[in-house]
Ligand binder design. Sequence first.
Ligand code: NAD
Length: 281
Amino acid sequence: MILIDGKKIAAEIRDELKKEISELKKKKNLVPGLTVILIGDLAPSQIYVRMKEKAAIEVGLKSEIIKFPKDIDEKIVLDKIDELNNDSLISGILVQLPLPKHIDKKKVIERISPLKDVDGFHPVNVGNLSSGYKSIIPCTPLGCYLLIKKYEQNLNGKKAVVIGRSNLNGKPMTQLLLRENCTVTITHSKTKDLKAECSEADIIVAAAGIPELVRGDWVKKDAIVIDVGINKTDKGIVGDVAFDEVSKFAKALTPVPGGVGPMTIACLLKNTVECFKNLLK
Ligand code: NAD
């Protein structure tokens, strides 16, 4: 079984970005800038934002975190996004989710210019991805896609099962696999027989948020299994895949941690550079 080393592959992506950013600096005398808006004091959000900032600085991006208290007026946030949209030194804007209840997530996502939407959540980017046009692709599914492609270049006609249909993971993942000519089944909480669906799959991407949902006897020999899940349990952080069982069957499998997680951050940096280059055009 191949243990897909997301940490290593993410480090390779970051190294390439580092070189590209330094070239851009030499040629254009400009550095891509990522601004993250953090509202409230949720501990996981604070950790994620700090990790993003550290990674951004390491590759040579400019990085800024704008913090608002959890009771901030929605209008102040929207006005700040307008200001950042109009600031030519900012290439990427990210509003850390989840948001406090009184702030409308849809309004916030739609306010970010699609050209600076490093998360790829704006309806223009979502529509472009599903229409097969160039778009900014959400970081986690992009990371999963790059991991799959590393081990299987030709996905033509492969059977893929995506577990979960969230806008963040399952839906964009489905579009990426379709784009590669996979036959994709997207499953969700109302799917009748998930085991039967998975047992046909050449590729499984699990993003349900249920600890060790995918069992060893669900997985075809030689399947590639990508585990997106991050679940806190009594025995620590586990994925959506029962790692010990599935590793006996799968051809390749991502660990948790050290699989998809590092790729998400690397792809955020990649998207920031992509937005920067698109804005220069
Ligand atoms: P979500 O709660 O928005 O969506 C979960 C999806 O799973 C839903 O579409 C639901 O219908 C489906 N689902 C629930 N039970 C199911 C079942 N029994 N069978 C099939 N589908 C089922 O979650 P999300 O935001 O997409 O996140 C999913 C997981 O991925 C979470 O564990 C989250 O922490 C993790 N995550 C990891 C990264 C990373 O970088 N590795 C990034 C984002 C999210």
